[in-house]
Design a binder for this molecule. Structure first.
Ligand code: SAH
Length: 359
């Protein structure tokens, strides 16, 4: 029995090594050809083709091995991923690019479930609704096409600014605001990096990050930036993000199997290494945040991925998917990996809120 298992492992290893060696060989050959080719026009074209093939093969190899991306590759990749996939998402799902609030569990109006998630998170975070306590200024960090921003600008009348890495999303966010009769002074969107925000310190009553934290390759800087732009004393930070489970006592890291599943998701969704809700709480404490509260809403959002998968099984979605290219298609496949991660208790839908210390 053990021998058979070890034989099977060996075969798996051998075929994987074979594939990698094959890919490496092709990459090496194409680079070598590009290097030695004479520099006539025809040859230059061929060199460019070889280099294109080389780059494509490298990408395939990195994907097969679920290789972690560098910070720069990640930033470019995130922008491109959302530039390419946001229209399809909006066509099928509307302006909110986040999970829904499934209480009761069998609700079927998914877009309303998404709006409710925003309201329920705001309620859970004790955000005031009367004139004296409601936020007058809001920053939406990682805003997508601006669903949360426009909702809060309408709800509170707050001056709201959204940032995203994707030029398409910023443009579409502004376009939708105009269509919905919201002035650019009230709500507007721009391309900017959450790790280096183009805003003055101490300027926002509410700092909102809904399902963007998982993209940040430098969590300490991310947390410091969220705190920096909040108004001291009353400024509130709300961070809703995908986390891995908290480590158990005695554990120093996730299991290899868990790491492997996350690495595959990272390739598909342009994510860096994950952290736990505990890690975020520690970072916030270290940076002087006050009134820190946390929760796990994995059970509340659970029906979402199944609904997304179902929604993608119609003609319009399949056609859109076929047209939108490899990375969007890989993103669609990764929905199943997300579902598995949630089911295994590895992925958590984490909520964290806190206030900024008075100066
Ligand atoms: N909060 C939105 C979108 C979630 S999708 C919604 O709920 O609808 C993730 C968003 O994070 C995308 O808009 C992406 O561009 C943004 N993002 C990821 N990394 C970022 C970074 N470093 N700076 C700014 N935005 C970032």
């Amino acid at each position: 029995m053990e021998q058979r298992q070890s034989q099977r492992n060996h075969m798996k290893m051998t075929s994987r090594v074979g594939a990698v060696v094959g890919v490496l060989l092709l990459v090496t050959l194409s680079s070598a050809a590009a290097f030695v080719a004479p520099r006539t026009n025809a040859f230059r074209n061929r060199v460019q083709l070889h280099m294109g093939v080389g780059t494509a093969l490298k990408r395939v190899k990195d994907s097969v091995l679920s290789k972690e991306r560098s910070r720069e590759d990640l930033k470019i990749g995130i922008a491109g991923f959302y530039d390419r996939s946001s229209k399809l998402w909006e066509d099928v799902w509307g302006e909110h690019m986040h999970h829904g609030y499934y209480v009761p569990v069998d609700r079927t109006d998914h877009q309303q479930a998404q709006v409710d998630l925003i309201d329920e998170v705001l309620k859970w975070s004790h955000v005031g609704e009367d004139d004296a306590t409601k936020p007058k200024t809001v920053v939406d960090v990682g805003c997508g096409i601006g669903g949360s921003s426009r909702h809060m600008a309408r709800k509170y009348g707050s001056k709201t600014r959204g940032i995203t890495l994707s030029p398409y999303q910023a443009g579409r966010g502004n376009e939708l605001a105009k269509e919905q009769g919201l002035s650019p002074d009230l709500v507007s969107f721009q391309v900017a990096d959450a790790l280096d925000m183009p805003f003055d310190s101490n300027s926002f009553d509410l700092v909102w990050s809904l399902e963007s934290g998982e993209h940040m390759p430098d969590k300490p800087t991310f947390v410091q930036e969220l705190l920096r732009v909040a108004v001291p004393g009353t400024g509130r930070i709300i961070l809703v993000t995908w986390c891995h489970r908290d480590l158990k006592e005695g554990e120093t890291c996730l299991t290899r199997k868990e790491e492997k599943l996350l690495a595959k998701i990272n390739r598909a969704y342009y994510l860096p290494k994950w952290c736990s809700v505990n890690d975020y709480v520690e970072l916030l404490e270290k940076n002087g945040a006050e009134n820190i509260e946390r929760d796990d809403w994995s059970h509340i959002i659970a029906p979402f991925w199944k609904a997304v998968i179902r929604s993608s099984l119609n003609f319009k979605s399949v056609l859109g998917l076929l047209k939108s290219g490899f990375s969007t298609q890989r993103g669609a496949y990764a929905m199943f990996l997300m579902l598995r991660g949630f089911n295994k208790g590895l992925i958590k839908f984490g909520l964290i809120t806190c206030t900024k210390k008075a100066e």
